[in-house]
Write a protein that binds this ligand. Sequence first.
Ligand code: PSV
Ligand code: MN
Ligand code: MN
Length: 387
Amino acid sequence: MTSFADITPTLERLAIEVPSWAYGNSGTRFKVFGTPGTPRSVEEKIADAATVNRFTGLAPAVALHIPWDLVDDWAALRRYAEDQGIALGTINSNTFQDDDYKLGALTHTDPKIRQKAIDHHFECIDVMDATGSRDLKIWLAEGSNYPGQADMRGRQDRLSESLAAIYERLGETQRLVLEYKFFEPAFYHTDVPDWGTSYVQVSALGDRAKVCLDTGHHAPGTNIEFIVAQLLRLGKLGSFDFNSRFYADDDLIVGAADPFQLFRIMVEVIRGGGLDEDSEVALMLDQCHNIEKKIPGQIRSVLNVQEMTARALLLDREALTGAQEAGEVLDAHEIFMDAFSTDVRADLAAWRESRGLPAHPAKAYAASGHQEGLEAARVGGTQVGWS
Ligand code: PSV
Ligand code: MN
Ligand code: MN
């Protein structure tokens, strides 16, 4: 039997990178709601990310999005973040908000447009050099809407060439992670629709190119933990974008729609060494808080990951393997469900306190007056958003 004390050394290592865009205003194509206290600058987004880390001890880095988070002085931004106890993390490129890319960016038939998209990634790598970021994350909005519209095969070839040019430019300690998504904004075909395509593309590049798995980017019913197991087995799982979905790419709070799925994913992460000391799997959130307050939304999110990770760590592996190998189907299932059903909240609260953190970070944040302070201080100015 594994006790809570047994799992704390691993829990201590749990680090979840938060996205800068989670703190900005966001919405659906129907409406973006303004939220009181929303940041008016990149610095204020970073300050909010640092607040999440202060209350939870779980979020030591913040991912940036270029050009949404463009600043003139990266060294100053880096110092600003570090002074608040967080690092600048993954740099996300953006080739989905420019008219030139309507029919493709890295896959476009026009070499000039392809080069423009490649140059944008070079710019992101320059940013990484200045911020000290390890990962360049690429999500592509590329594909076609109508059968016959595009040569799918030719686009794979051009994608491969473009990615090779970008990979070539990376520094020795930097990585490229390629995110897949099965639909949207293209609806007939998507150039990187699934883990297989991402795997094929990054495998051709080299060791420092990996797959990014966004939990919201799969068809309903997909066994995501199987993909996690497979990619870890292949040494190609670079990072997660955690979130929840009910229907599409909802970007809701991770663990909200299906905590059991999050548990199953964390079981495979642990099984595959993804939480080992030398693991290079980056756990990130990719979320937007359209109707709820953003800092509390992020606090809830990282705590959900912590809670399901704790339960997954409590899984009695030895007993499970014994039951599996003995063909004891129901025993194996019960052992698995026992871990999932374990209420770890009191243990987590006591453990947090023992580390100088609030036992209940969400309650402590609500009681701190910090939110009201932000709402009063940030009146006026332009709130930034998922622009
Ligand atoms: C669009 O689907 C998306 O949500 C991707 O998941 C990216 O990771 C994110 O936007 C930020 O670019
Ligand atoms: Mn994502
Ligand atoms: Mn997405």
